[in-house]
Design a protein around this ligand. Structure first.
Ligand SMILES: Nc1nc2c(c(=O)[nH]1)N[C@H]1C(S)=C(S)[C@@H](COP(=O)(O)O)O[C@H]1N2
Ligand SMILES: [Mo]
Length: 249
């Protein structure tokens, strides 16, 4: 664990205590109490880990023999299936929203950018974990290429699949967006990303739980707020099951 000034940890704990107490007095605020606790979790997690603390990385021999597919394991869209069969020659990853230079990148272009490889553990809230080796480009690099505007507060990930009949999406803040282990992965264990794990790209945001790791990534959008996107919760699971938006591990 990163050594941190005791003051910031105490400040985090005070924020958690103060917001929780304020809400307990508010009898109709079950939802807000949940949010206050979540906010406290975020404050504490950041205080403990430091803004750029790294998730643990593993060795090659610690990798799981298989990395299961969970949630959507395929995309019904015929264009997707056609591209999958051909190796995604015409698939473009868009970087859009609050950027000065919108991008539409091919798989070849993504692979020609500086690469990062990381062996990390994925933790799903359903109660399983797996260790895999991911390779891809840092999200921060793409955001710099697109010249993300100062007013951007969140990055939204738009996916090609439907889950429970809705487009899968997720979002993170700018601290996680520029975290060195936040990459757009196109390879798993040295092979092209399999269909079940999100081909051609999936997010790896190593300080966050499984449902934040958006698969079948189609577009990256910089926004000031996600209130008007999907159900307004910042992600599909946040919308349909009340999962926490800040899912720090
Ligand atoms: N597009 C998309 N991304 C997704 C999901 C999904 O259903 N669709 N499921 C999430 C959940 S709950 C988990 S645990 C992981 C599963 O990743 P895996 O299929 O590589 O194991 O992907 C996450 N990202
Ligand atoms: Mo999950």
């Amino acid at each position: 664990m990163v050594d941190l000034p005791r003051r910031s940890l105490l400040a985090g704990m005070a924020a958690l205590g103060a917001s929780a107490c304020a809400k307990i007095n508010d009898s109709e605020a079950a939802g807000s109490l949940f949010e206050a606790a979540e906010d406290g979790h975020r404050v504490l997690h950041r205080a403990l880990a430091g803004k750029q603390g790294l998730a643990k990385e593993f060795t090659r021999d610690q990798r799981s023999p298989t990395f299961r597919g969970n949630g959507s394991v395929t995309v019904a869209d015929p264009f997707y299936q056609d591209q999958l069969a051909k190796g995604f020659p015409d698939w473009r990853l868009e970087v859009k929203g609050l950027v000065e230079t919108p991008l539409a990148l091919s798989l070849t272009e993504i692979k020609s950018l500086p690469q990062r490889t990381q062996i990390t553990r994925h933790d799903c809230v359903e109660g399983w974990s797996a260790i895999g080796e991911w390779q891809g480009v840092q999200l921060g690099h793409l955001l710099d290429m697109a010249k993300v505007k100062k007013e951007a507060k969140f990055i939204v990930f738009r996916c090609a699949d439907l889950y429970a009949g809705r487009p899968y999406y997720e979002s993170i803040d700018m601290v996680d967006a520029y975290h060195p282990q936040t990459i757009i992965a196109h390879a798993l264990n040295g092979e092209a990303l399999p269909e079940k794990n999100g081909a051609p790209y999936r997010m790896r945001i190593e300080r966050q739980l499984g449902y934040k790791q958006a698969k079948y990534l189609q577009a990256i959008e910089a926004v000031t707020s996600f209130d008007q996107i999907g159900g307004g919760g910042g992600g599909l699971w946040e919308d349909i099951a009340g999962y926490q938006w800040y899912a720090g591990v």
